[in-house]
Ligand binder design. Structure first.
Ligand code: V47
Ligand code: SF4
Length: 372
């Protein structure tokens, strides 16, 4: 009580009704969101976000034991922020694994305790729906215990279009093969003007949302992302979060929201400076406040860095992704500090405990496996 009174007393009159709504656990509108995002002091956003985080998830901080398999970095699309994709013409820096090679990657983890394979790559013109169905079947035959979280909406739109099936048909076939859920990539910024500049040739915002809705209706949960810190403005951030919040109202199929900070190494937008940590904190804390129907907010440590991840645990974040075991190249190719992202369970547990939170090892859909 004392704390909320103090917060309200210090506010300028325009923010007071918005903050009062948040304290009373009422939803804020897009317009209120833009005002809050632009004008609220970072300390206020942090206090509110942390209170919401602790009300929802207490002191718990989730992670899992996962690996990534990236079938290829060859991609038919040309997103300006992407440091990872290689066109067919620039094959020297490209890879394209066969199904057997990907199964071999997984075989190396025999007897190890991983619970999830995150299967995402570029959009290769020759790797289609039936190829991936076969891959998933082989993964599940080898490790029936492992959850397969696979394919961004961008990959799914392309593979369903090429196979001439609806999203529901394509996803049903993948589910039947053993796919459990969808990752959150490919959302970027939904606003049409911004999307046209940064990634105009891949799936539209409507298609992204329709694919996730179709998955949720089939009982396949998914994640959602936003790519922030480039040319977008606060109104685009709030519009993006609002479209996700609306879909979550309808389906309740999203597990977690994952803000992805734009990293500027080796891509066509490298002239854009990366935002600073205060901007990171603002975005995450705001997301925790605005996205009132998402249970979890994830800081993906290979992208944002371990130290910032730790700090974000005081600003709304309750999940930090997994052990990874140096199996992803997306962010190392975009120039992040950690060129070989891997953390042992011991490292992750220590990272979380160092800021006074409780590490909870989870499965993909947030069942607790073990409290550390
Ligand atoms: O959609 C690409 C992003 C995403 C850059 O669901 C970049 O658990 C920053 O979605 N700077 C793919 N971001 C990764 C992704 C993801 C990662 C971890 C966990 C989950 C999950 C999902 O990576 C793309 C795009 O938004 N991206 N290039 C870059 N230069
Ligand atoms: Fe292709 Fe994904 Fe890179 Fe876009 S972000 S170019 S869709 S790999």
């Amino acid at each position: 009580m004392l704390q909320t009174n103090l917060i309200l007393e210090q506010l300028d009159s325009g923010l007071k009704p918005i903050v009062t709504k948040i304290i009373n656990q009422e939803r804020i509108t897009e317009q209120e969101g833009v005002k809050l995002y632009k004008e609220a002091p970072i300390s206020l956003l942090g206090t509110l976000a942390n209170a919401i985080r602790e009300t929802r998830n207490g002191n718990q901080t989730y992670f899992n034991k996962n690996i990534h398999i990236e079938p290829t970095n060859i991609c038919v699309f040309d997103c300006k922020f992407c440091s990872y994709s290689r066109l067919l013409s620039k094959k020297s820096e490209a890879w394209e694994y066969t199904i057997d090679e990907m199964v071999e990657i997984l075989q190396k983890y025999e007897g190890k305790e991983i619970t999830e394979v995150h299967l995402v790559g570029g959009v290769h013109p020759k790797m289609g729906l039936h190829y991936f169905i076969e891959l998933i079947k082989k993964i599940k035959a080898l490790r029936p215990d492992i959850h397969v979280k696979a394919f961004t909406a961008v990959e799914l739109e392309y593979m369903c279009r090429k196979a001439k099936v609806s999203y529901t048909e394509g996803l049903s076939m993948l589910k039947e093969a053993g796919q459990g859920s969808l990752p959150g990539g490919g959302a970027e910024i939904f606003d049409e003007e911004v999307r046209n500049i940064i990634c105009k040739d891949k799936c539209t915002a409507e298609q992204w949302l329709a694919i996730h809705e179709a998955a949720h209706n089939l009982g396949m949960p998914s994640n959602a992302t936003i790519l922030y810190g480039h040319i977008e403005e606060p109104k685009h951030i709030v519009d993006h979060m609002s479209r996700l919040r609306n879909l979550q109202d309808k389906t309740n199929g999203f597990n977690t929201f994952i803000p992805l900070k734009y990293r500027n190494g080796n891509n066509q937008m490298s002239h854009i400076k990366e935002v600073n940590v205060v901007d990171d904190v603002r975005l995450y804390a705001f997301a925790r406040i605005f996205m009132d129907n998402f249970d979890h907010l994830k800081a993906y440590w290979p992208m944002i860095g371990k130290r910032t991840t730790q700090n974000l645990l005081a600003f709304g974040v309750d999940d930090i992704d997994g052990t990874i075991d140096d199996t992803t190249k997306i962010y190392s190719m975009a120039g992040v500090e950690d060129q070989n992202p891997t953390m042992s369970t011991k490292d992750i547990v220590a990272l979380i405990k160092a800021v006074g939170r409780t590490p909870i090892e989870r499965d993909t859909v947030y069942n607790t496996i073990k409290e550390h």
